[in-house]
Every structure is written in C-alpha cells, then in structure tokens.
Design a protein around this ligand. Sequence first.
Ligand SMILES: NC(=O)c1ccc[n+]([C@@H]2O[C@H](COP(=O)([O-])OP(=O)(O)OC[C@H]3O[C@@H](n4cnc5c(N)ncnc54)[C@H](O)[C@@H]3O)[C@@H](O)[C@H]2O)c1
Length: 225
Amino acid sequence: MTGRRSRRDFIKAAGAGAAAISALSDVGRVKAESAGSATSGRVLGANDRINIGFIGCGGRMKSHIGYIVKRAKEQGDVQPVAICDIYDKRKREAREMTGVDEKSVHHDFRELCERKDIDAVFIASPDHWHHGHAMAALKAGKDVFLEKPFTYTIEEAREIAAFVKSSKRILQVGSQYTSFDHFHKARKVIEDGLIGRIVWATAGYGRNANKEGGEWNYDIDAGAS
Ligand SMILES: NC(=O)c1ccc[n+]([C@@H]2O[C@H](COP(=O)([O-])OP(=O)(O)OC[C@H]3O[C@@H](n4cnc5c(N)ncnc54)[C@H](O)[C@@H]3O)[C@@H](O)[C@H]2O)c1
C-alpha cells in the first residue's frame, strides 16, 4: 500500500479481487502521471488499458484471473496478456480462461517479466517463490499484486519494501482481511473523534476446521507427476 492511494480508492477494496483491482486503478493513475519515466516500456494514458501478466496459475490465481477477465469484458480497462506456470495442466487452464495466444504462455517467469507490453504482474506462486518473482517483476519496471504471505522470510520482505520505495513502483500484498472496508471506516471514525476517547478495543478471528487433516491441507492434484 502506498501513500499515493486515496482513501476512497482504498475503501472500494472489499475482497481479494476487488483489492487487486483497486491497486490496479492506482497503477493506471501512477503510470499516467509518470508518463515518460515508466521503465516497463509502455506509457499509459488515462483511458488506456492495464496489461496484466500472471505468474503461478493455481487455485488462488484462478479467482484473480476470473475477476480480471470479467472486468476486461465489462469495463475494458484491464487486459490479461500473458501467463506463466511450470505445470502444463495449469498453463492450459489459465490459457483457456484468459484467451492469450500460445506464445504468451511462459514456462520461465523471467520471460514474462521482460515483456515490454506488460504493466502489472499478479503473483500467486508458492510462498518460497514470492520474493524471486516479485523482485524480477519490480526490477523489470512492473507494478505488482503479490499474494500473501508477502515473503517467506523477513529479510526478503525488507528487501522488497526497500526496492519498492526507491523505485517508486507499486506493490500490494493480497491480505484481503486487512484491506476490508470496515477496518478503515473504524479508523476514520476514531480519527474524526466520532466516538470519543477509546479506552478498550477487541478484535478476533477464528478459523477452526473439522476437515480431516486440518485447514489449508489440500490433496495433491491428481494429474501432477
Ligand atoms: N489471499 C488469500 O486468501 C489466499 C488464498 C489461497 C492462497 N493464497 C496464496 O496464494 C499462493 C498460491 O496458493 P495456491 O493455493 O493457489 O497454490 P497452488 O499450488 O494451487 O498454485 C501455485 C501455482 O504456482 C505454480 N508454480 C510453482 N512454482 C512456479 C514457478 N517457479 N514459476 C511459475 N509458476 C510456479 C504451480 O505449478 C501452481 O500452479 C500462496 O502463496 C498462498 O499462500 C492466498
């Protein structure tokens, strides 16, 4: 999240897809503002489309792709242009969803990042790849939507944060529960003094699962070798 972002933009973000889109509206604005200085090779005008590349097209990315494809059809301000995965089945599925051509299906993320026609990169690869994929995209001049967890280690997170600050790129981490509207409304209510002096605050989040094996343990894809 950057200071360039208005509260109104931010409050629009209600879920993961919406948060991503909200970040993207910022990407478009900043690109338009910094016309001439963008290193991605493309300079966007205010009415231009934001070209998106997707790295790691598994379960999570499918919902982002679905959202972007829907928005591309309905509003036309975004466009999926390239995908990257190392698993053929996922490449196939993501290609079908996005409709990109064969040469825009990448096995090596570096090829996708090097493309001049991409403005923003969505990353939903496994956690240990987040740093490598995000740094490659940022260094190639792209703005980034990166799934949570931000990185695998704290050192990696610090390195990315420092690079984002010095390069003035935009990176949003897909932690939708911290982007939800009500937290920011609560902050505004407090800042505006609407509920007086705060003496006590509580918050909670529970996710007990009855599923066998526990929450977040998925079966290995049947087609995986
Ligand atoms: N925000 C949320 O609520 C939420 C929900 C689910 C998952 N996630 C996060 O999203 C990420 C992906 O989770 P998932 O459940 O979709 O996992 P997944 O295994 O279904 O998808 C990961 C994909 O990345 C691909 N991949 C692996 N290494 C790669 C590489 N070097 N280059 C390109 N592609 C590569 C895999 O083949 C796979 O298709 C994780 O970091 C996870 O924590 C976030």
